[in-house]
Design a protein around this ligand. Structure first.
Ligand code: PBG
Length: 325
């Protein structure tokens, strides 16, 4: 008499209905956030060669794309500004008429009742040296002087009606500084998404084209060392103590271990950012016919959900939401 295996996990894989019913994780359109770029004084949307399908928007095309995302059921939008003029302190970032603040007002007006409008709160798009903060006399990024700029930037963004501010600069104490500034000005309902564990990653390459970054050198004195896992939890813990409403890990796919650690420990929702280089890799391989585009996109985002992200920022948000409905 032959005795087969006692356990037969394949029983639960026999039909699509069985697999669907028993899936441990799913992606829902509402879990997705679409990052968008708006370019000052652009007369036409500008395509980005390193991010096929992504554009620098005009204020008008931004509104249209936001409406499309809302119709597809996406949960939120994250806006980045591309200014015409940059200077040492990133003045455009705190100018109420600056492109990012103007774009935020447009988004709030267009879709603010239907989805969460988020802003990038960082100086790198606005500084002529391309760093995420202001520099001291020796050319180093000055942490505490930068916090004051972030506070002013936060107030300008909160005034636009943006719902959630994405603190992506990796300065020490930025979450506390911004929370205090918001509260002192009465913006107690403006929430903070802290880019807690943000690594100094090669996968931001295409993004720097998208925002026309002026950076020479790197960000390794403030963004994290890709070698460090434990430190990801430390950074997230600090942001929680400082008042973060949501914590984020970035990039996503190469940092799923860090994401899993943070998701396990966090009492607040956890986000992950599938960054420009992750997007570009899959698009490039798919364009060559080397991988199946749709399956690769769905699998990549599902992996990020499986590792523990409640919310995923992805440039495919609108398209993916359309497939998922
Ligand atoms: C900094 C910022 C960056 C990204 C989001 N916010 C770039 C950087 O740190 O150099 C990268 C996002 C992406 O690559 O998609 N404001």
């Amino acid at each position: 008499m032959s005795t087969g295996p006692a356990e037969r996990p394949r029983r639960l894989r026999t039909t699509p209905a069985m697999r669907d019913l028993l899936a441990e994780h799913r992606t829902h359109p509402r879990d997705l956030v679409l990052p968008m770029f708006v370019k000052e004084r652009a007369s036409e949307p500008v395509s980005l060669p390193s991010m096929p399908g992504v554009v620098q928007h005009t204020l008008d095309s931004l509104r249209r794309a936001a409406t499309e995302a809302a119709e597809a059921g996406v949960g939120g939008l994250m806006l980045f500004g591309v200014p015409e003029v940059r200077d040492a302190v990133g003045s455009c970032a705190t100018d109420p008429e600056g492109i990012l603040n103007a774009g935020l007002r447009a988004l709030v007006e267009e879709v603010g009742d239907d989805l969460v409008v988020m802003s990038d709160l960082c100086l790198d798009e606005f500084t002529d040296h391309g760093h995420c903060g202001v520099l001291d006399g020796a050319g180093r990024v000055d942490n505490d002087a930068t916090l004051e700029r972030y506070q002013d930037m936060a107030l300008a963004q909160a005034e636009t009606g943006a719902h959630m501010l994405g603190l992506s600069g990796m300065m020490d104490g930025q979450t506390l500084a911004v929370r205090q500034a918001l509260d002192n000005a009465g913006h107690t309902d403006t929430s903070i998404l802290a880019y807690s564990a943000k690594y100094a990653s090669a996968f931001y390459g295409p993004f720097r084209d998208a925002v026309e970054s002026q950076l020479q050198g790197d960000r390794r004195t403030y963004q994290m060392d890709p070698a460090n896992r434990r430190e990801g939890l430390r950074e997230a813990t600090l942001d929680l103590v400082e008042g973060a409403d949501v914590v984020m890990v970035k990039p996503a796919m190469s940092y799923l271990d860090v994401l899993s650690d943070v998701a396990e420990a966090s009492p607040v929702p956890v986000a992950a950012y599938q960054v420009s280089g992750e997007y570009a890799m899959i698009e490039a391989a798919a364009a060559q016919g080397w991988i199946e585009r749709r399956r690769a996109i769905e699998e990549s985002v599902l992996s990020i959900r499986r590792a523990g992200a409640d919310v995923v920022l992805t440039y495919w948000a609108t398209e993916l939401a359309g497939w998922l409905r």
